[in-house]
Design a protein around this ligand. Structure first.
Ligand SMILES: [Zn+2]
Length: 163
């Protein structure tokens, strides 16, 4: 997934009701793109030798475990905005990996196995490589997520003005 992670994180952040709504939304947005911060390591340190989805930042076990721990924290400290923000951050990371799994490879059983799984493989037809993703039907999913996020954003803004 290329451009829909942040809008997807926004949609996830909208599902939370919290007294610290801005903090929780910020955490959801940060979590939605955090796994791809490994691209800095990929380009600056690793010299593009390994697929960045094989780094620990794209290990589902990490994000699911963090989500479970944050969920327990929320259950114990229901009024802790930091607990809610941590839950939003970690669930957004899980969502990132689910969305990456549509056309990108994710090691769902890492660190036990680095075998990569994808729901759909995009054929390599065009150059540069990213054109294959943008000109594939699967890109419509990204556009649909972005459209949903824009609609929800405008609705929330409209309701805020009305109240
Ligand atoms: Zn990613």
């Amino acid at each position: 997934m290329f451009i829909a992670h942040l809008p997807a994180g926004y949609l996830l952040g909208c599902t939370f009701r919290s007294c610290q709504a801005k903090l929780v939304m910020f955490a959801a947005l940060l979590g939605s793109v955090f796994p791809d911060f490994d691209l800095l390591y990929f380009y600056l340190v690793d010299g593009r030798q390994h697929h960045h989805h094989t780094y620990w930042t794209h290990f589902p076990l990490l994000w699911v475990s963090l989500s479970v721990l944050a969920g327990i924290w929320v259950l114990c400290r229901r009024y802790s905005s930091v607990a809610w923000a941590t839950l939003a951050f970690s669930l957004s990371g899980v969502l990132h990996l689910v969305l990456d799994s549509f056309v990108g490879d994710i090691p769902w059983f890492a660190p036990f196995s680095l075998k990569l799984y994808a729901m759909y493989h995009i054929p390599s037809v065009y150059k540069p490589w990213w054109l294959n993703f943008i000109l594939n039907w699967s890109f419509l999913l990204e556009l649909a997520i972005i459209a949903c996020a824009v609609i929800v954003y405008r609705l929330r803004r409209y309701r805020r003005r009305e109240s």
